[in-house]
Design a protein around this ligand. Structure first.
Ligand SMILES: Nc1ncnc2c1ncn2[C@@H]1O[C@H](COP(=O)(O)OP(=O)(O)OP(=O)(O)O)[C@@H](O)[C@H]1O
Ligand SMILES: [Mg+2]
Length: 146
């Protein structure tokens, strides 16, 4: 783990609880923040982004950017919501102009960050969502600035 970051592990028992954790994180976001989400299909990454967006007072509907790969929302900061599920190679993310988002003034949130491990800035906040014992249980690990 990068120096100056801390890791915290939470347990969520419901979709609402996941969104509450996301709002808590969302309130700490600043211009240029990058949030890298990890977790399998249906883990709750998009739900988490919905919570982040709420904290930034986004009014638009937040859904996975299936066809476009990038959705932009306007809140108190611009949010770039990127879903890399469909990319095969890291190059494709760069072709999308990922750099512009990562090093821009908005907040960049990435689903399927697994796809770009070598491109991800070391300063990125990391959130990993893993299924737990029950249907709606999740373990949520966050690596954020200390
Ligand atoms: N504790 C929980 N946290 C988050 N989502 C939950 C939880 N329990 C149940 N769910 C449900 O799991 C689903 C998660 O869907 P979501 O689209 O957020 O997953 P995803 O990780 O973005 O998947 P994908 O990889 O397909 O983009 C939602 O239907 C949500 O209601
Ligand atoms: Mg999703």
């Amino acid at each position: 783990m990068k120096k100056g970051m801390k890791k915290t592990t939470y347990r969520s028992g419901s979709c609402e609880e996941t969104m509450r954790l996301a709002r808590m994180l969302g309130e700490q976001l600043k211009p240029g923040s990058v949030v890298a989400l990890f977790g399998e299909l249906g883990a709750g990454k998009t739900r988490f982004v919905q919570g982040l967006a709420e904290a930034l007072q986004v009014q638009d509907v937040v859904n996975s950017p299936t066809f476009t790969l990038v959705n932009e929302y306007r809140g108190i900061l611009p949010i770039y919501h990127i879903d890399l599920y469909r990319i095969q190679q890291e190059d494709e993310a760069l072709d999308l102009g990922l750099d512009e988002y990562l090093y821009g003034e908005g907040v960049t949130v990435i689903e399927w960050s697994e796809r770009i491990m070598n491109i991800l800035p070391s300063s990125a906040w990391k959130v990993r969502i893993t299924p737990a014992e029950t249907e709606t249980g999740r373990v949520i690990e966050m690596e954020t600035p200390a």
